[in-house]
Ligand binder design. Structure first.
Ligand code: BJW
Ligand code: ZN
Length: 291
């Protein structure tokens, strides 16, 4: 075990209040892609460009096909040892702990994480909500696939993309079906007002749930000893602001990422563990979760 892991273990054993901030990298070893970088492509589209209200407004059929594919992928993936290590931490009675996840894949819940300590700040692929301003309809834990007949076959792309990821040289010649043009009346509709339903996720420019943010604020206000920053590029606000808040209060940071810039580790208060979060987290958290 390297010196910094030994030092980290020593500090970890003294921690009473811990936060985990997670991103797409946590689910990579479960087979799910990240948003940025070479993985962040769906068909010819940049995934980030599809995660906006404008994209949905302009072409809801396109965006629904993307989310139908994401739902299928998530449903056919399993939580990995990184999710499971955090879930174990959430069950400890002597540590105050919360996980703030930007992931919408539901894998943390499925790893048996204590639900009262898990904040899915960007929503869930398995929640649907009505687009009408005057209708509050929401459908939680909807795991149906496909949601409508028109959204059939999005699953075929799943295997294609998975194969492509192992054959990097084929990245420039992907073999997939083009997106279908889908009429709005063939997309998921609200059972109350018949308006269009949308995925219950938070897109760029949209507000996060204030109730969730308040609960996180309440936790962070009482000083936090350690924040685990797991598989996130830290490019998206407000998720990225939690790291500075913890540092500002005197807490320490441990980054688990396959790609860590050396310059971000100059600070003594930051540990950087380079590699797959699914492999690193069980090792890093061992002193607490294996006792
Ligand atoms: C591994 C690994 C392995 C790989 N192991 N690691 C200027 C203009 C306009 C807006 C703004 C602006 N400046 C700031 C804003 C606000 C904006 C924002 O932050 N924009 C920036 C991009 C500049 N934010 C918002 O709009 C947010 N809303 C908001 O601020 O409202 C105001 C408000 C705030 C608070 C209260 C009230 C009001 C909303 C942001 C919503 C983001 N939504 C998405 C889509 C969600 C639905 C979906 O999943 O489809 O969230 S975008 C996308 O980015 C998704 C992710 O959760 C999020 C973060 O990405 P993440 O998880 O970090 O993934 P990647 O791909 O970026 O990184 C993966 C990492 O893993 C990499 O580092 C790899 O190295 C690593 N990795 N394999 C460990 N095996
Ligand atoms: Zn409705």
């Amino acid at each position: 075990m390297n010196k910094s892991m030994i030092e980290f273990h020593e500090y970890l054993k003294s921690c009473k209040r811990i936060v985990a901030l997670c991103g797409a990298g946590l689910s990579v070893s479960s087979g799910l892609p990240t948003f940025r970088g070479s993985q962040g492509l769906w068909k010819n589209f940049n995934m980030i460009d599809l995660a906006t209200p404008d994209a949905f407004y302009i072409d809801p059929g396109l965006v629904w096909q993307f989310y139908s594919w994401r739902r299928y992928q998530a449903l056919h993936s399993q939580p990995n040892n990184g999710h499971k290590a955090l879930a174990k931490l959430s069950k400890l009675e002597n540590i105050d702990f919360i996980t703030i996840t930007q992931n919408v894949d539901g894998l943390s819940i499925r790893s048996n994480h204590d639900k009262s300590k898990l904040y899915e700040i960007h929503g869930s692929l398995f929640e649907l909500k009505c687009t009408s301003f005057t209708c509050n309809y929401k459908d939680h834990n909807n795991f149906k696939h496909p949601l409508t007949n028109a959204l059939k076959e999005t699953e075929e792309e799943f295997e294609n993309v998975r194969k492509r990821r192992f054959q990097e040289d084929q990245l420039n010649s992907p073999q997939f079906n083009p997106v279908k043009e889908i009429n709005e009346d063939e997309l998921p509709r609200c059972p109350i007002c018949n308006d269009l339903l949308r995925p219950g996720v938070v897109w760029f420019g949209e507000s996060l749930s204030l109730s969730i943010l308040n609960q996180i604020d309440n936790f962070i206000e009482q000083s936090v000893d350690l924040i685990l920053v797991v598989g996130t590029s830290g490019t998206v606000y407000p998720a990225n602001s939690y790291v500075d808040r913890v540092i500002h209060q005197g807490g320490k940071v441990a980054i688990f990422n396959t790609d860590i810039e050396e310059s971000s580790l100059k600070d003594n208060e930051i540990w950087g563990f380079k590699g797959d979060a699914a492999e690193l987290l069980p090792i890093a958290l061992k002193p607490l979760i294996d006792e």
